[in-house]
Structures are given as C-alpha cells and as structure tokens.
Design a protein around this ligand. Structure first.
Ligand SMILES: O=c1[nH]cnc2c1ncn2[C@H]1C[C@H](O)[C@@H](COP(=O)(O)OP(=O)(O)O)O1
Length: 172
C-alpha cells in the first residue's frame, strides 16, 4: 500500500496496456454507416472493459487528424475523437474489476487497465515518468490534453475516465 500526495477526490485517469505493448485509451474503430461515434465508443468500451458505459456528445473533448504515421493503412487518414467520461470512484473500481475478468478483449487486445499516476512517492514517479513510456498514435498528447481539460479543484462532478473513438475519413 502506498501513500500518495492526492486526496480522496483526486483525478483517477485510466489507460490500458495494449497487446502491442503500447499504452492507449480504450476505444476503437467506429463504422459511421452503422453507428454514431458515441454508440460505437460505448460498444468498444463494452468489449474492452466489460461494463456498459453510455457515452454522450457532452463527453467529447477534442477531435484531430492523426499523423499519417499512425493511420492503419497508408492510403487512408484517421480522425481520433477524444472523450472524457466522469465516473464515481466505485464505478471506476467496477471497470477495473470487469476489465480484468469478464471483458471480451481481456488477455487478447487488452492486457490490463492502468492508472495514470498524478502523484509522486518520495519524489519519484508521477506523471513525468509515466509520459516517458511508449504510447500508441497520439494517445500521449490526448492524455495531456484531457488532463489539462480535467484538472480542476475537487468538485462534485465525479472522476474522469478517458476513452476515444476513431473513424476513417470517407476520403482517401
Ligand atoms: O489511444 C489511442 N489514441 C489515439 N489513437 C489510437 C489509440 N489507440 C489506437 N489508436 C490508433 C492507432 C491505430 O492506427 C488505430 C487502430 O487502433 P487499434 O487499437 O488497432 O484498433 P482496433 O482494435 O483494430 O479497432 O487507432
């Protein structure tokens, strides 16, 4: 058990360890001919986290064109859509439990959920160390962006979980 420098209402952002050893957010490709970004993201969260998490347009933070380097095919471009979902601590604990047990993708595409440390222990670790890991696509800048948007004094708004959806551009 460690002692951290945060209080009980601190931010509790989560990412995941992917099958390729990179850190990223839960989420995945969305087929806009069959679903909206939000319903597609909820579907992906169900598969990867094993919990039904409704996503609404109000949870959207930012969209951006991913660098060509990160697109899955060289002939298409990728738009990443970042969402931040605020949840109570107990809900986040439920996500951690389900993601490591009943989630469909557990042990395959997703190796586990990871808490992003916003604290240091004896001056070591913390966000700066965490950011030195390897991230998929623009997940690192998405993390920084979501923290900048979410970092506010403790309020009654709950705690954030961050997720993303992507869709391929219709033009290639
Ligand atoms: O967390 C992320 N942030 C930004 N872009 C991401 C993130 N995770 C994946 N990606 C990008 C990188 C890849 O080009 C595509 C597809 O990712 P993948 O996880 O392989 O998607 P599927 O599981 O195949 O739907 O998205």
């Amino acid at each position: 058990m460690h002692q951290c420098e945060c209080n009980s209402r601190c931010l509790f952002p989560q990412m995941q360890m992917r099958f390729d050893g990179l850190l990223g957010f839960p989420g995945g490709f969305v087929n806009l001919q069959k679903e909206t970004l939000e319903t597609g993201l909820s579907r992906e969260l169900w598969e990867e986290l094993g919990v039904a998490i409704p996503i609404s347009v109000e949870d959207h933070v930012v969209s951006c064109l991913a660098p060509a380097l990160f697109s899955s095919t060289s002939s298409s471009c990728l738009i990443t859509h970042l969402y931040v979902k605020r949840m109570e601590e107990e809900q986040i604990l439920e996500v951690e439990r389900a993601a490591a047990s009943t989630a469909k993708d557990h042990g395959h595409e997703v190796l586990g959920m990871i808490r992003v440390p916003l604290y240091t222990i004896k001056g070591e670790g913390g966000l700066a160390s965490f950011l030195s890991h390897s991230f998929i696509g623009n997940a690192r800048s998405q993390l920084v962006e979501s923290l900048l948007q979410s970092y506010m004094p403790a309020t009654s708004q709950g705690l954030p979980i961050t997720a993303h959806a992507y869709n391929l551009c219709p033009f290639t």
